[in-house]
Design a protein around this ligand. Structure first.
Ligand code: HEC
Length: 263
């Protein structure tokens, strides 16, 4: 998170427009100014560095997801009993730690928020996050969750450098604390205000390193649910290569046996 022009999100986009209108205007601007505009609007992302083979991280991520995200964001393609199996948890553990509202193990991860209420509360329904790591990328989600900053004029009291004008509140603020974002006029961009760095206004329960790890665990969980078979696939690939190597040895021995008398 060291200073410099890490992000090029312009502050103009963070004025009082609705997310939809801002999104539309951004698309319009990008299509009109082609490469120039997109280069200026695009946020530079930090690498998530998550590892879906790290089961302990997936278990923590699942718990954070249920506690901090599921209330607003369903994960409708994920079944609790599948989680139990893949995350190496007993069904009892899943019931005790991840299921609080009387779901059955074969239920999917949904919530009781009605889309029309969500639109009334937030102006936009929180998206289902089953596939978010695939559609937006893990680096995007990792950077997004670490880029909320104080914005008194916003309804939620915060804005986000990666998704200006976001309707999502900073749900992890108690862990991260509150940041202020410093924007400065940038000569290279016609004096346009660009994001420079964050400054902490009040500390959270965690150090920045601990907070990054929490976010990495959540992103890891989202990466896994976006493609739950990736672990099994990799394990299968290694086994297949192992079997092919065994056959290679057999074939070589066979060849030696057959050609023994010829040469
Ligand atoms: C209080 C409700 C609420 C909670 C809790 C919540 N979100 Fe959101 N989230 C939203 C809303 C509303 C949006 C839509 C934001 C927008 O498009 O401006 C959103 C959007 C997102 C997006 C998509 C951003 C994009 O580029 O479209 C991601 C990723 C996300 N949330 C992740 C999370 C994660 C991870 C958690 C748990 C740590 C979480 N959210 C908790 C309300 C919530």
């Amino acid at each position: 998170m060291s200073g410099g022009a890490r992000w090029r999100a312009s502050r103009a986009a963070a004025s009082g427009r609705s997310p939809r209108a801002a999104g539309f205007l951004t698309v319009l601007a990008v299509s009109m100014l082609a490469g120039v505009a997109s280069a200026q609007e695009e946020a530079e992302l930090d690498p998530a560095g998550n590892d879906v083979a790290d089961t302990a991280s997936l278990q923590r991520g699942a718990r954070y997801y249920v506690n901090y995200c599921l209330g607003c964001h369903s994960a409708q393609y994920v079944r609790y009993n599948r989680l139990a199996e893949d995350l190496q948890l007993t069904e009892d553990l899943v019931v005790q730690n991840l299921m609080f509202t009387g779901e059955q193990p074969f239920d999917t991860m949904t919530n009781s928020m009605r889309p029309e209420d969500a639109v009334r509360w937030f102006g936009i329904a929180p998206p289902d996050l089953s596939l978010i790591a695939r559609s937006r990328g893990t680096d995007y989600v990792y950077t997004y969750l670490r880029s909320f900053y104080q914005a008194p004029s916003s309804l939620t009291g915060v804005d986000n450098v990666v998704l200006p004008n976001t309707a999502m509140p900073h749900v992890l603020w108690e862990l991260q604390g509150i940041n202020r974002a410093v924007f400065e006029a940038d000569e290279a961009h016609d004096g346009e205000e660009v994001f420079r760095r964050f400054e902490q206004v009040s500390a959270g329960q965690l150090t920045p390193q601990q907070y990054d790890q929490v976010v990495r665990d959540i992103v890891n969980f989202l990466d896994y649910i976006g493609d739950p078979t990736q672990l099994a696939r990799e394990a299968l690939g290694i086994r297949v290569i192992g079997i092919l190597l065994v056959f290679l040895v057999i074939a070589w021995l066979l060849k030696r046996e057959i050609w023994k008398d010829v040469t």
